[in-house]
Design a protein around this ligand. Structure first.
Ligand SMILES: C[S@@+](CC[C@H](N)C(=O)[O-])C[C@H]1O[C@@H](n2cnc3c(N)ncnc32)[C@H](O)[C@@H]1O
Length: 226
């Protein structure tokens, strides 16, 4: 299968939305070159989005940096082909103490993510693991927890809760059903979410959460649980 070629207009549109340093740009170029090569044998992104890798995926990931400008220690649930985790790692390479933990349960994708960290020289660790079974193995002292297209919001909040500390936050990239997902999540969790419209347009949203408490069980459920 032919390897797709970079689209320069797509890249410059993305970099206008979410500018980065020349060094980060070079790391991102190396990452996308690798992704295009591996995409020929492993499905890392929807093939229809290959012509817009920069706007659909890179800028979508980079926009998180503006919502957590001081964050250095990141953890990304279900990184897949590397969004947002590898993109954030490419950006963190320029910062002292920058590090991204990428959690992925698919072995081929985890191998790709390790190779992406290697070729870009970006600071990160790939954990080949199922999130739900391994929360106690994840690093502590995180500044920011992320996820895109991995699980329903209420589940992501449950995964993030034990990892959150004073000053940390979660940033979850969500689609047009965000309101329904938030309504569902507040049945389980007390949260004070902020919603940010995605810079990359479409119907994307970022849910920012900095405090998570378990919702008290309604009386009927408490009785049922006894
Ligand atoms: C739809 S893909 C999205 C990948 C990437 N975040 C993105 O937006 O391009 C979902 C990824 O999450 C991974 N995943 C889903 N549930 C997971 C879990 N419980 N533990 C670890 N990885 C999980 C899948 O293997 C898959 O690679």
């Amino acid at each position: 299968m032919a390897v797709s070629q970079p689209d320069h207009a797509d890249k410059s549109a993305a970099l206008q939305l979410t500018p980065v340093s020349r060094e980060t740009e070079r790391r991102l170029d190396a990452y996308l070159d690798l992704l295009r090569q591996w995409q020929a044998k492993t499905n890392l992104v929807a093939p229809s989005t290959l012509p817009q890798l920069w706007t659909r995926h890179v800028a979508d990931s980079l926009q998180l940096l503006a919502l957590a400008p001081k964050a250095r220690r990141w953890l990304d649930f279900g990184s897949g082909g590397g969004f947002p985790g590898i993109v954030l790692a490419c950006a963190m390479a320029g910062h002292d103490g920058g590090h991204v933990t990428l959690v992925e349960r698919n072995a081929k994708k985890a191998a790709f993510l390790r190779e992406a960290l290697r070729v870009t020289g970006s600071p990160g660790t790939v954990m080949l693991a199922d999130i739900g079974d391994n929360v106690d193995r994840f690093p502590q002292g995180l500044d920011c927890i992320t996820a895109r297209a991995v699980a329903p919001l209420h589940q992501l909040i449950g995964f993030a809760r034990p990892l959150m500390t004073e000053g940390s936050k979660a940033l979850f990239l969500k689609g047009q059903d965000v309101e329904a997902e938030l309504t569902d999540a507040t049945r389980y969790w007390k949260i004070d979410p902020q919603l940010h419209a995605s810079l990359t347009g479409g119907h994307g949203w970022i849910v920012e959460i900095d405090r998570i408490e378990r919702q008290a069980l309604p009386t009927a459920s408490k009785e049922a649980a006894q």
